[in-house]
Ligand binder design. Structure first.
Ligand SMILES: C[S@@+](CC[C@H](N)C(=O)[O-])C[C@H]1O[C@@H](n2cnc3c(N)ncnc32)[C@H](O)[C@@H]1O
Length: 189
């Protein structure tokens, strides 16, 4: 049986799967250990492109190893820079953007995503996003700094005009209050 709601990352991939097809362009805002980059690169195929950002050399090394192992490196551009600098590095319309916030599992837990830079990256992604395009965020509030990031992010998201942006939150009701949850944003009009 296919489990649609196994965890927040599965939900994010499931939503993306309904939309992303061969030839599309996607951004992984937080490459981390490379799992989302592999997923995106598989969906967009050899004619598509994935831009993957991370501020940690080690994260990019992990991601490079994973995409190379899967034979997906030809369509992925790894960028050693903060995602808040998206518009300096990406000069084409994008179909999707993924954020997996917080710290890198098995990595340095002190290196976390931060409210100002996350929101700046989100603004950049929203500028490049095509009509119908998706932005997915997996949000964590259980680590120091996580709750503050979500508070700022929420303030930004609730103000987006509903005529242009559909913004949803999907939260597990029968898991701990601080379990990761999903934010989905679709641009229309
Ligand atoms: C939860 S991990 C990402 C997991 C990853 N998507 C995966 O599939 O393994 C969060 C990552 O965000 C990165 N990060 C933190 N601040 C960042 C920034 N300003 N720009 C880009 N990446 C950042 C961290 O270095 C960390 O690797």
């Amino acid at each position: 049986m296919m489990s649609l709601f196994k965890d927040a990352v599965s939900v994010s991939h499931w939503w993306l799967q309904t939309y992303l097809t061969q030839g599309m362009v996607a951004v992984d805002a937080t490459a981390g250990n490379g799992y989302d980059t592999v997923f995106l690169a598989g969906r967009v195929g050899p004619t598509g492109r994935v831009y993957a950002f991370d501020i940690q050399e080690e994260a990019l090394r992990e991601t490079r190893a994973r995409i190379t192992e899967q034979g997906l490196a030809d369509r992925v551009e790894l960028i050693h820079a903060g995602h808040e600098r998206l518009l300096e590095y990406v000069n084409e319309p994008i179909n999707a953007m993924v954020f997996n916030l917080g710290y890198r599992p098995r990595g340095d837990k002190r290196v976390i995503t931060r409210p100002e830079t996350t929101i700046e990256a989100l603004k950049g992604g929203m500028t490049l996003l095509v009509s119908g395009g998706l932005i997915l965020l997996t949000v964590y509030t259980g680590h120091p700094g996580g709750e503050e990031e979500w508070t700022s992010l929420r303030q930004f998201l609730v103000r987006l005009p509903k005529e242009k942006w559909q913004v949803v939150k999907l939260k597990f009701l029968n898991r701990p209050e601080k379990a990761p949850f999903n934010i989905g944003i679709q641009k229309y009009g």
